[in-house]
Design a protein around this ligand. Structure first.
Ligand code: HEC
Ligand code: HEC
Length: 459
């Protein structure tokens, strides 16, 4: 017996029979991403090639993986080009095992004394607009001889609540401040700070292959006035044209931001972003410029690596508690935003430098996201605008693979800035369009709430 949304999945299975290691035919509910599904639940579960990668592509996948993991230093050549100012020293420094590095910034109270944060810190003026001496991202790390742009400190206020049945939970609100500015200090009253923890790289190829007409239809239909839900697409200006955004916490990018990741997060210049992010800063006068620090071919291999990653299969799908949790997930209307089933467009994807990946096409996928923006209420409002997305609007985070985050990354910090310390807190932060779901969840019996959590852990 399948919930209605899995009907399409069963149909899709007619011509894609997938066998698990050991020779058993996979069940429809296990197949998170059709032919990209992998049956691994180890600490490397986010970081395995999809089964369709032929040897020729696997060589490039491994090159991309290496470029992604390689810690960069200063100077010229291969693993270099870091900085002068940066936020991370490799993609994997923030996306450990292609996941979410444990935010040491939270456990250490900021990026000041401890140093590395693994987070991105965006700063703007109160009225919008950037500070010319700093730019969009506060680079809180720097190479020898240069100063970091500033350091962040975090404090928390915590409030205790109780479910109707008396069980207690607490929500912590983070407060950010910046000190040790390398140039002019910006007074707190002129500044807005928003902090993001990295996203899991589960389903990057599928996200790039999404059938955008299906998303448009969802946005047109995603109107459930009885629950106060109405999602919308983000549209952003990128590569000189207006495009639908799907990636990032505010769906603020159309692609996998490989060039931006190298440039803005690490200070590695490339053809799309040939200038150092610190260009124009007074402390950069007389600094050697090595020119372009990574080639487009190399970046395409990183793109291939991301898009060629397998998606972990669901686990324990026949477990009675998990089945109950799935029913309760629907009962709490979580599925109206965390859409269980979507489809990829027939042709698959085209990588950064023109390579085509047709294998990603025509797949039935279970991302548990509509990739749309929703008003999540004042508590999560960061006052930061990205394309059409307002401060209170966030892209529904895809939930596939979420149950393995603890295994892969050793922590259970959730939501865009990691403020939720476990899945229950993540749900209880849902407000605005997510309020109805939160209330339906909180009114459930303790057993049913626990079953929802078990269900999430099976994704
Ligand atoms: C300083 C830490 C840091 C580094 C270094 C970093 N990232 Fe990220 N990454 C993030 C954060 C934080 C987000 C979420 C950004 C947001 O929503 O605003 C993110 C988001 C992404 C996303 C979007 C994922 C999704 O589900 O929508 C992709 C793809 C990505 N990063 C790829 C890369 C690649 C490739 C590199 C290396 C070139 C890289 N990142 C380096 C922190 C980092
Ligand atoms: C109105 C749309 C909507 C509904 C309904 C909804 N969510 Fe969400 N959910 C979101 C958005 C948007 C985010 C990202 C918010 C953020 O990061 O600040 C999110 C984030 C999450 C996260 C954190 C994911 C992560 O990796 O950080 C979990 C877990 C989650 N939702 C579970 C649920 C469950 C369970 C329900 C039903 C009880 C539910 N959601 C209902 C929109 C929704």
């Amino acid at each position: 017996m399948f919930p209605a949304v899995f009907a399409a999945c069963e149909e899709g299975l007619d011509d894609t029979e997938i066998y698990k290691p050991g020779g058993k035919l996979a069940k429809a509910e296990e197949l998170s991403a059709g032919n990209s599904t992998i049956f691994t639940a180890s600490p490397k579960a986010y970081d395995q090639p999809a089964p369709w990668l032929t040897s020729e592509y696997e060589i490039r996948f491994n090159k991309g993986d290496d470029l992604y993991d390689r810690s960069r230093g200063t100077g010229e050549g291969g693993g270099n080009g870091l900085g002068p100012v940066y936020a991370g020293y490799s993609c994997a420094s923030c996306h450990k095992n292609a996941g979410r590095t444990k935010p040491s910034m939270y456990t250490e109270g900021g990026s000041g004394s401890y140093g590395f944060s693994s987070m991105l810190i965006y700063i703007t003026r109160k009225g919008g607009g950037y500070f010319p001496e700093y730019g969009r991202v506060l680079h809180d790390q720097s190479i020898y001889g240069v100063e970091a742009e500033g350091k962040v400190t975090i404090t928390f206020t915590e409030e205790e609540f109780a479910f109707p049945d008396g069980e207690k939970y607490a929500l912590q609100t983070p407060h950010y401040a910046i000190s040790q500015w390398y140039a002019d200090s910006i007074p707190p009253e002129e500044l807005r700070i928003t902090v993001r923890q990295p996203l899991r790289h589960v389903g990057m190829g599928q996200m790039m292959a999404l059938d955008l007409d299906e998303l448009k239809k969802l946005a047109a239909q995603s109107n459930y006035p009885e629950y106060g839900i109405s999602g919308r697409l983000n549209y952003i200006m990128e590569r000189g044209k207006l495009q639908i955004g799907v990636s990032g916490n505010k769906a603020q990018h159309a692609d996998l931001t490989v060039e931006l990741g190298f440039s803005s997060d690490m200070g590695v210049t490339n053809d799309r972003y040939p200038e150092e992010v610190s260009q124009g800063q007074s402390q950069m006068m007389g600094f050697a410029n090595y020119g372009v620090e990574i080639s487009t071919e190399d970046m395409e291999n990183v793109d291939l690596y991301l898009q060629g990653l397998g998606v972990p299969a669901r686990r324990n799908v026949d477990n009675a508690t998990i089945k109950r949790g799935e029913e309760m997930f629907y009962a709490a209307k979580c599925h109206l935003c965390h859409t269980p089933t979507l489809h990829t467009r027939p042709r698959g994807t085209v990588l950064l430098n023109g390579t085509q990946l047709p294998w990603l096409g025509s797949q039935v996928i279970h991302p548990y996201s509509d990739y749309l923006l929703h008003d999540m209420g004042p508590g999560l409002d960061d006052n930061y605008v990205s394309g059409l997305a307002q401060g209170c609007e966030w892209r529904t985070t895809p939930l596939w693979g979420i149950g393995l985050q603890r295994t892969v990354n050793g922590h259970t910090y959730f939501l865009h800035d990691g403020r939720a310390r476990n899945l229950t807190e993540a749900i209880m932060w849902h407000d605005g369009e997510g309020a109805a779901s939160r209330i339906l969840y909180s009114r459930m019996s303790k057993d049913d709430r626990d079953a929802v959590i078990e269900f999430l852990n099976s994704l």
